[in-house]
Design a protein around this ligand. Structure first.
Ligand SMILES: [Zn+2]
Length: 312
């Protein structure tokens, strides 16, 4: 099976599953909610050399997946969606190969089931409507530079490389351009926006007002909003700090925030002009509760699924 065929099969399977679970098509996809509703056990563990594993259901046991909890959020989500793909496509056991599946074996030589699961992950996490809606919020019809792909990946909580491959597959970017952008690292893109940023750097504007942002501790939010004037003030959850000296925006052109603490539940961040006439707000969406254990600590084992129904 070639990749084109794998994408065709996986794209249909991903759309069918989203429809069956009544998941939104135009925004961030909560893959852990999907796993739970599919009746799969999910466990996170510190694993030396694997991204994840899938075990199909047997006569007397539930199917399940095991994820490497030391990976970053986007990689964990991708692996979870990859393993969900195996389950949905009725595959046998998967031991997801090596720490970097994209360098160890040339993609042309992947087994058919791996090609399909990998394509499923992309289509499941990045439905075409979600890509288009997010690009519109970024003021774009297609990505124009590497930074646009990076920003798209933040909104969808997907990896930069995975998002780049997907927009190429959607024919929004030519293979030659994508190759060039693949050489740009997220670290360089972050530095362009915020200098020294521990986490990721979001570039926000009037167009992204009202968005729901899957933020993580360590992220920086650069808000370009000149209409808010000098010295705007904000209301938001604990764990959000406004920078006294913004780096990417000049005084009067906007504000910057660091996510310095843990945000427990969805919270609104609102910035207001001094005269209170103008405002800008977004909803900060922390990592959903049912997989926070995976992210917070590599040692914390998390279990969701039909047997437990709870974290532990
Ligand atoms: Zn696999």
């Amino acid at each position: 099976m070639n990749w084109l065929m794998a994408h065709r099969v996986a794209g249909i399977a991903a759309a069918n599953l989203r429809r069956r679970l009544d998941l939104p098509e135009d925004c961030y996809v909560d893959v852990f909610a999907a796993l739970r509703r599919c009746g799969l056990m999910v466990a996170g563990q510190d694993m030396a050399s694997l991204f994840g594993m899938y075990f199909p259901p047997g006569p007397s046991r539930h199917g399940g997946i095991l994820l490497n909890s030391t990976m970053g959020e986007a990689t964990i989500r991708h692996t979870a969606a990859h393993e969900l793909g195996h389950a949905e496509l009725g595959h046998g056991r998967c031991l997801a190969d090596g720490r970097d599946p994209f360098s160890a074996t040339p993609p042309q030589q992947w087994p058919d089931e791996e090609k399909q699961a990998e394509a499923f992950a992309a289509w499941f996490l990045m439905p075409i409507r979600a890509v288009k809606t997010t690009l519109t919020r970024l003021g774009l019809d297609v990505p124009r530079e590497a930074m646009d792909v990076y920003q798209l990946s933040l909104h969808l909580s997907t990896s930069y490389r995975g998002t780049l491959r997907h927009v190429q597959h959607l024919r929004m970017v030519t293979p030659g351009v994508a190759r060039g952008w693949a050489a740009v690292t997220p670290t360089r893109l972050r530095a362009r926006l915020g200098g020294q940023v521990a986490g990721r750097a979001w570039e926000l504007s009037g167009l992204t007002e009202g968005s729901r942002l899957p933020v993580e501790r360590g992220d920086r939010l650069v808000v370009r909003a000149p209409w808010l004037g000098d010295s705007p003030y904000f209301t938001g959850p604990d764990g959000v700090t406004m920078l006294a000296e913004p780096r990417a925006v000049s005084p009067g052109d906007g504000v910057e925030f660091d996510i310095t603490g843990c945000i427990d539940s969805e919270s609104v961040l609102t910035v207001r002009s001094r005269d209170r006439r103008e405002a800008w707000s977004v909803t900060l969406m922390p990592t959903p509760d049912d997989h926070r254990g995976l992210i917070a600590s590599a040692r914390t084992q998390l279990l969701v699924g039909p047997m437990s129904g709870a974290r532990r």
